[in-house]
Ligand binder design. Structure first.
Ligand code: ADP
Length: 487
């Protein structure tokens, strides 16, 4: 079976969040179990051309965008284990400072940029003679691909037996555009209906993936059920409910080559479940990174994440004054919306001995927080899977999370289940519930033998990719079966 994974961000080329971690590590896991896997993404300015020497793959592709034609070139480079990475080049669209937009909002031509990306992939496959059994698409930026396979390109030999799998990593980002953008996608107005890509008068690009892909997956079991409800469906719960027979929850794996305190070269000292002594050096190093000197005794609470409503920063803001009365040090690393940056800054200004902040995208510091903190806080409003809490478990940093989505599937509350607990959880999206969970966490922290047992249980958890990669293979087989192709 030959698979092409298409995504707007893929580690190690481009990353803003967990999507890139997943589309970077799943191909490695697939190759390990014998599935030929290539990946394709846009060639952004930030892609490191020195580290990844690029050569041109085939002739330029010409893409129709409404009445205009736009040209692109697909570049290629080695992706390890025999796989190739392809990067679609068009400098007008992708040679920009950011991937999707600035702090002030999305790039206004995002529909055009990613329609171009998807059409280029279709044209390039057609021209290059490559044949993929499966095109695995991820989030709205690649959601037009399943629609293209079923409509504009359905009669082309290159796609007649191609199955499509569409993975929802975050239903909160739908690619919503005004209806005048529809012609740019090349899809016909007959699809601009509630059963197609129309969404309350707008074009919803994500819906193209939800409606046209052979198989749908999302990144945890709980989230796969939640998104069929009004609370978590972002208006698309009906579409997802209709397709529930084709919808599977497959938990993200973790690349333990990147995220493992025993081998991590980005942290101050290595440590393991058997010998935790190095964690102390990581702790001191983290305090110094955040401008605090000496070995302070209070537990360090770490937060890494996009500063968005999804990640619960409004709850952190609301409990900030209370948290400042507790014996803790809070370190926050994030980039995102100005209002959350301002709110976190204010906490730092009011309580400089309790809160220290860094507004940057800094992978090294993210690793240092996972290793040096004692507690990892992730009070998400919703969380499709979440990776940081899984990294935290491996780094012996006890997660405090809301009981939702992938957080519910990866953490167990240590008060509710003393024999198996690995963290602390709260249910309602409510500041008093979060305070209660943190208060329980601090009580447990004070009981050293109990705390150490919780830490070690978490470190023993294994979320490596192999089982999840096999589940993706089974999703690919189902997609091919739907096409009537024996796998
Ligand atoms: P999401 O994909 O919703 O952003 P996840 O928890 O699934 O959340 O994944 C987030 C990934 O992005 C993790 O690998 C995390 O370390 C990384 N990350 C997020 N914000 C930053 C940041 N400011 N600096 C470095 N890494 C970050």
């Amino acid at each position: 079976m030959k698979v092409l994974i298409a995504s707007s961000e893929i580690v190690p080329f481009a990353k803003t969040g967990g999507l890139a971690d997943v589309t970077g590590s799943l191909p490695k896991a697939l190759r390990k179990i014998g599935v030929e896997t290539d990946v394709i993404l846009p060639l952004y300015r930030k892609v490191d051309r020195e580290r990844f020497p690029l050569t041109q793959s085939g002739p330029p592709v010409r893409v129709l965008l409404g009445h205009r034609e736009e040209t692109g070139v697909v570049m290629e480079t080695e992706a390890g284990d025999g796989g190739r990475a392809y990067l679609v080049r068009n400098d007008r669209y992708f040679d920009r400072e950011f991937y999707y937009g600035t702090k002030d909002g999305d790039y206004v031509d995002n529909c055009e940029r990613f329609a171009f990306f998807c059409r280029s992939i279709m044209e390039w496959i057609g021209l290059s003679g490559r044949r993929y059994d499966i095109i695995h698409c991820n989030d709205w930026q690649t959601a037009l691909l399943p629609a293209y396979v079923r409509t504009i390109y359905s009669r082309e030999a290159a796609f007649r037996s191609t199955g499509t799998v569409f993975t929802v990593h975050n239903l909160g980002y739908q690619g919503l555009f005004w209806n005048h953008d529809l012609p740019i996608t090349g899809l016909g107005w007959e699809l601009f209906t509630p059963k197609g890509v129309e969404f309350y008068g707008k074009l919803n690009v994500l819906k193209a993936g939800l409606v046209f892909s052979d198989i749908l997956t999302t990144v945890s079991d709980t989230y796969s059920r939640e998104i069929q409800t009004a609370e978590y469906g972002h208006g698309l719960e009906g579409v997802l409910y209709e397709r529930r027979a084709d919808l599977y929850g497959i938990l993200n794996g973790v690349d333990y080559e990147d995220w493992n305190p025993e081998t991590d070269s980005l942290i101050a000292a290595r440590y393991s479940r058997e010998d935790l002594s190095g964690k102390k050096a990581c702790r001191d190093d983290l305090l110094a990174e955040f401008g605090w000197s000496g070995s302070l005794d209070e537990p360090i609470i770490g937060v890494v994440g996009r500063l968005t409503a999804q990640k619960g920063f409004d709850l952190i803001e609301q409990i900030g004054d209370w948290l400042a009365t507790q014996p803790v040090r809070v370190v926050i690393l994030g980039t995102g919306e100005r209002k959350y940056e301002a709110a976190m800054n204010e906490l730092g200004r009011l309580h400089p001995d309790r809160f220290s902040l860094r507004f940057a995208f800094d992978n090294r510091l993210a690793h240092k927080i996972e290793a040096g903190a004692d507690i990892y806080l992730m009070p998400s409003r919703y969380e499709p899977c979440g990776l940081n809490q899984i990294y935290s478990l491996r780094y012996g940093t006890v997660p405090v999370v809301r009981n939702t989505g992938g957080l519910a599937d990866t953490v167990a509350d240590a008060d509710d289940d003393p024999a198996r607990g690995t963290g602390f959880m709260f249910n309602g999206y409510d500041p008093s519930e979060l305070m209660n969970a943190l208060a329980r966490t601090l009580t447990a922290y004070a009981d050293r033998p109990r705390w150490e047992a919780i830490v070690k249980r978490g470190m023993a958890k294994d979320f490596s990719w192999e089982a999840s990669a096999r589940r993706y293979v089974s999703a690919y087989e189902k997609a091919l079966a739907k096409k009537g192709v024996p796998s």
